[in-house]
Design a protein. Structure first.
Length: 388
């Protein structure tokens, strides 16, 4: 069974057994998160379908001369892009891209798949819209200036962590880093020019509105446009003016949206039952290093988004600091670098890679991911504990 089917089954089970009232279940679904995911999925699908993503990829990777350059480009290019488009979106659209790079340049597909996984997991940590768990933290805590807060607390350790990912990958795949690339491919063209223009408009809307929020925060004003409205505004040009809007809507990742809706219902039932609170004492865990450690470990068993949905209310009820909230966001995100099961984006990458005859085993991922996660957590620990 797929993960969304398991989560939906759990939500239906607690509804049918009366564990949670239907009204409470409906109220538990966070519509801000659902709208944000929907809008970003629309933009991501338009980028892929129009071919404009291939143009962006060529600009990122076309000039690299060896494997090390391509890995560096994936880590920082995809890492920074994941802060804008959400890591699950980049997992979907990035997997065929890196596999094509591996085939064209005679590089290890496993190396580039790992580079993509680590890039979009690590890079997404520095933005409130980089991944679903960060969005939960930003929306759930009613953060006044999410872009500035995440940037101030997590930008520098994230960039350092991307550099560490390059060093760790070089240690395990050193021979691939010096491999010469093949001749530069021809410049790709946009397959659907009309949709490509609309996708560019959507990206511009995301950048402009996010920038406006940052400037407003710097000026001491409240946030101008909420995160869900940014995503919906970015999706509107595509939904209003694309001739293939209905076909595009049919291709969206509806399974992920079902997963999140079901997760909100199931986690609300767990919270109401008091099961989670019964074995975690907030007074003993509300320190930055403990939050980081718990986030990494428990996320391996229930995934990072359900963990944040459960643990965030405990931090808020205990009057947690911004540094503690950022530790929750960072730890639950870095959990994705420990094992395949630590993040949904890892599973998406492997599922899409297997369709093209490539894969990563649990061991192949963990032997690189474990040491990487350890040094990355240390960086965030030092940064959040000493600087703040």
């Amino acid at each position: 069974m797929k993960i969304w089917q398991i989560m939906l089954g759990g939500a239906l089970a607690i509804l049918l057994t009366g564990t949670i009232a239907p009204a409470d279940a409906l109220h538990a679904v966070n519509m801000d998160v659902m709208l944000f995911l929907f809008g970003m999925f629309v933009v991501g699908e338009a980028l892929v379908r129009s071919g404009y993503l291939d143009v962006i990829a060529y600009r990122f990777f076309g000039g690299f001369q060896n494997g090390g350059g391509i890995v560096l480009g994936i880590l920082f290019g995809m890492g920074i892009l994941s802060a804008l488009l959400m890591n699950d979106t980049l997992a979907i659209i990035g997997t065929p891209l890196v596999l094509a790079l591996a085939a064209r340049n005679r590089l290890s597909a496993k190396l580039l798949l790992l580079s993509l996984a680590f890039a979009i997991t690590t890079g997404s940590a520095m933005s409130p819209i980089g991944n679903p768990q960060n969005l939960l933290v930003a929306v759930g805590s009613e953060m006044a200036s999410p872009f500035m807060t995440f940037g101030l607390y997590l930008l520098i350790p994230t960039l350092i962590s991307l550099g560490l990912a390059y060093l760790v990958l070089r240690y395990f795949y050193g021979s691939e880093f010096s491999r010469d690339c093949g001749p530069s491919p021809e410049v790709p063209g946009v397959e659907d020019s009309r949709l490509g223009v609309l996708a560019q408009c959507s990206l511009a809307i995301i950048l402009v509105l996010s920038g406006a929020n940052i400037l407003a925060t710097l000026a001491g004003a409240p946030i101008l446009i909420t995160l869900p409205l940014i995503a919906v505004a970015a999706a509107l040009p595509i939904l209003l003016f694309s001739r293939d809007r209905f076909s595009l809507l049919g291709s969206l990742d509806w399974c992920t949206l079902i997963f999140f809706a079901a997760m909100f219902v199931l986690m609300e039932a767990v919270w109401q039952a008091g099961f989670f609170q019964s074995f975690i004492n907030p007074a003993s865990v509300l320190t930055v290093p403990v939050i980081l450690g718990i986030s990494v470990i428990i996320s391996q068993f229930i995934s990072n988004v359900p963990f944040v949905a459960l643990f965030l209310p405990m931090i808020l009820l205990a009057g947690g600091t911004t540094a503690q909230l950022m530790a929750l966001a960072a730890g639950s995100t870095l959990a994705g670098n420990l094992t395949i099961l630590g993040a949904a984006s890892n599973v998406i990458i492997i599922q899409n890679a297997e369709k093209q005859g490539e894969t990563l085993t649990f061991w192949e991922f963990a032997r690189v991911g474990v040491p990487l996660m350890v040094v990355q957590v240390a960086v965030y620990w030092v940064w959040l504990s000493i600087v703040f």
